[in-house]
Ligand binder design. Structure first.
Ligand SMILES: [Zn+2]
Length: 339
């Protein structure tokens, strides 16, 4: 009988994880208690809330839950704990490289302003990385619900702090609001400063939003991008350019982008040659972490071990990890497969 290879032992890179969304549920309960924050039942029940983010009310509800959770992060030690635990959880799931995504603007009011907030975050990442041994970097994400000038400020800041562990620039929140091209200057600043462009697209809206990310923001990676599956020519373009889609299957189902795990078009992207990096997005709200995304590929999409290893390789190649780190992870993947 063939041995079952554990997916938590498959080396991989984690490229789509949001800051507050990475929190352990038990930590949220403790912090809420510490600060006297009343949590809605959706955050305390232990089962992920059913959200319909495909309509605006559902998305608003998701954002509201996220905001309440974020309001429990008030002191530098809370940030340090969050990041260290995110690293520990990632290591348990076989991650050898983590790129965590954050909009420091939303933490600024409680941490003394934008720059102090950013410094607390970068310090926390550097410390967690050193103490756990997990390679970690940061993507600064602008919020598309805010003014494009805010995004430019953030891009300049990200470039200025690039040598402190920032590797990329993103764009998050409701894709139905604003146009990608409104943020083209911010992305130009980020790219000229050597940062990787990795905006969200093709989650709540269709293939056009992915095309906008490519044409207007020169994205090298796409957050989600799954809706590209609806356009074969776009898939071909992503494949030819080697643009990695950070696909988050459990998130897609939790937010109602797809009804069931088997509806997430993993096979379509894979067969089209579009590189993917499976990610957990917001495990706090969606109830599953990194290895569980690979479990979905195995159990709901019939990916065999060789294909799962290939998915892991794609995540590593799509990362901003230095060549030496990538080579080590790729060798570990081969070892997992041959073991
Ligand atoms: Zn995301």
């Amino acid at each position: 009988m063939e041995r079952v290879r554990h997916l938590s032992e498959l080396p991989k890179a984690h490229l789509h994880l949001h800051f507050t969304g990475s929190m352990r549920p038990a930590t949220l309960l403790e912090l809420a208690d510490k600060y006297g924050v009343h949590l809605p039942e959706a955050l305390t029940s232990g089962t992920p809330p059913k959200l319909r983010a495909t309509d605006e009310r559902g998305w608003f509800r998701f954002q509201r839950l996220y905001d309440i959770a974020r309001s429990c992060l008030r002191a530098p030690e809370d940030i340090q704990r969050l990041v260290r635990e995110a690293a520990e959880e990632d290591i348990k799931d076989g991650s050898g490289w983590l790129e965590i995504q954050v909009d420091p603007t939303s933490y600024a009011p409680r941490l003394g302003g934008l720059i102090p907030a950013l410094e607390v975050i970068l310090d926390a990442v550097e410390t967690a990385s050193r103490e756990t041994g997990l390679g970690m970097r940061v993507l600064i994400a602008a919020n598309r619900m805010k003014h494009p000038l805010d995004a430019r400020t953030l891009a300049r800041l990200a470039v200025r702090y690039a040598d402190r562990g920032i590797v990329g620039f993103g764009l998050s929140n409701d894709e139905r609001r604003g146009m990608a091209r409104d943020f083209d200057r911010a992305f130009a600043i980020a790219r000229e400063g050597g940062l990787l462009a990795a905006p969200h697209g093709g989650e709540l809206t269709g293939p056009a939003s992915v095309r906008d990310c490519l044409d207007d923001l020169h994205a090298r990676r796409i957050g989600h991008g799954v809706r590209a599956a609806e356009d074969p020519r776009l898939l071909q373009r992503l494949a030819e350019r080697g643009v990695t889609c950070e696909v988050c299957p459990a998130s897609n189902v939790a937010l109602g982008v797809y009804e069931k795990p088997e509806d997430v078009p993993l096979r379509t992207l894979y067969e089209a040659g579009v590189p993917m990096a499976l990610g957990a997005d917001d495990p706090l709200l969606f109830g599953s972490r990194l290895a569980a995304q690979y479990e979905i590929a195995r159990h709901h999409h019939g990916f065999d071990d060789a294909e799962l290893a290939e998915l892991a390789r794609q995540s590593v190649r799509g990362s901003a990890a230095p060549v030496g780190v990538q080579d080590k992870l790729l060798a570990g993947i081969d070892q997992w497969l041959s073991g």
